[in-house]
Write a protein that binds this ligand. Structure first.
Ligand code: AMP
Length: 395
């Protein structure tokens, strides 16, 4: 589904374009229409699925297209952590860049100055407030928060908020809100206590469950824990074995695609690159060459991870760990199509261990760890708990 199919305000479409989103993700496809129709939602969706934009886009559209009280707070998004509050505020800024929608992140731990700035915004009104529960209550208790016109309440990562003991705080906040409002609840899991909260807050909600598709069983998955500098020589070694006839190497960044392609070309592999800087004609030509086996290796960004129709790819290599668990599943799903078997290797750099662990969590099982030949030297231990990477499900 294209975002243009939804009738979103042109200024929002420009924001989407600027963020580089082309197609709506699964959760976006499922929740945007009911939100635009004004329905309450309870959605089981993990971080990494595009759920933030899934509620922000229709929310922004409704703010722009339905009358609302100027100088009031129109929407409140309650989240468990300040990191998530900041991140959502950044997404609002990006997606609403071409609009005059205003927003503020309200979270604890700042200095007196930030409290004063928050107070000012909450007193004079701001379209969207993204807040952590405790800090919001601190402001609410002072009596100046303008909530009469509030029409939208979003609870994001609601299961985490319950785990962190925010149930009573959330209930308390809702006592300050007008009863007539649209409620959107997002949660990675749906424990019983969530059902109870949902029953209290939501009116006849549309239930959406974004099942994470599991990769087919016949894909042999291996992760190689390496240092960043070992990635290129290891890939060259994997490709040199000649066990594989059609290979796609995925990189998250265009620049890595370009650099790796050059290195593989100079190592005399028959290789082409696919990314969004290429015009459609060249992309199609390279895909054709790959189908006809004029070349046997494609190096690509995730533009190629969804929906390309080439059946006999026998190896997918992830040059890096994808940011998004769904992307991992889509990338490796390029192999073992049409019931044949396939292999997916993922190179996990020092800073990517956390992301790898998040993907394992999403898959519900560890990925088998492979060893690289000893000539490449020692490799790091796999200790994802201590890594610094920003995992997609732990923002
Ligand atoms: P979230 O699940 O909201 O944390 O989003 C995960 C990542 O996906 C974020 O980096 C978003 O910017 C990105 N994202 C969200 N929607 C899309 C889309 N339609 N196309 C590409 N990336 C997206």
């Amino acid at each position: 589904m294209k975002f243009t199919d939804l009738g979103l305000d042109q200024r929002i479409l420009e924001g989407i374009d600027a963020m580089g989103y082309e197609n709506a993700t699964e959760v976006q496809q499922q929740v945007m229409v009911p939100i635009l129709e004004g329905k309450d939602i309870i959605a089981a969706a993990q971080t990494g699925t595009g759920k933030t934009a899934a509620f922000l886009l229709p929310l922004l559209h409704r703010l722009l297209t339905t009358p609302h009280v100027a100088g009031d707070i129109n929407a409140m998004i309650i989240v468990p952590t300040r990191e998530l509050a900041i991140q959502i505020a950044e997404s609002i800024e990006g997606l609403s860049y071409f609009t005059d929608v205003s927003s503020i992140a309200v979270y604890g731990g700042g200095d007196g100055n930030s409290f004063t700035a928050e107070k000012k915004a909450l007193t004079s009104g701001v379209d969207i407030v993204v807040c952590t529960p405790g800090r919001m209550i601190a402001h609410l208790n002072m009596g100046y928060v303008k909530l009469k016109g509030l029409k939208y309440l979003v609870l994001d990562e609601a299961d985490r908020m319950l785990d962190m003991g925010f149930n009573d705080d959330i209930t308390k906040i809702t006592t300050f809100l007008p009863a007539q409002r649209q409620n959107l609840l997002f949660s990675a899991t749906m424990p019983l206590k969530m059902r109870a909260l949902a029953k209290k807050l939501l009116h006849d909600p549309v239930e959406i469950n974004i099942a994470i598709s599991k990769p087919p069983d016949q894909i042999i998955q291996k992760a190689f824990i390496v240092y960043e500098a070992q990635k290129v020589p290891v890939i060259i070694d994997m490709l040199s074995s000649k066990r594989f006839t059609k290979v796609i190497v995925f990189c998250s960044k265009k620049q890595n695609v370009k650099t790796l392609t050059l290195k593989l070309k100079s190592a005399k592999f028959l290789v082409a690159e696919i990314h969004s800087d290429l015009d459609q004609k060249s992309r199609e030509q390279y895909l054709q060459d790959f189908r006809n086996q004029k070349i046997n290796i494609l190096v690509a960004t995730d533009v190629l991870s969804r929906g390309i129709d080439i059946d006999d790819i026998d190896l997918v290599i992830n040059y890096d760990v994808p940011n998004d668990g769904e992307d991992y599943i889509h990338r490796i799903g390029r192999t073992a199509r049409a019931a044949s078997s396939g292999t997916a290797f993922t190179l996990v750099g020092e800073k990517e261990q956390r992301k790898c662990a998040d993907i394992e969590e999403l898959l519900g099982t560890p990925i088998l760890k492979g060893t690289i030949p000893s000539e490449f030297g020692p490799t790091p231990n796999y200790t994802p708990g201590s890594g610094k990477s920003k995992g997609f499900s732990r923002k």
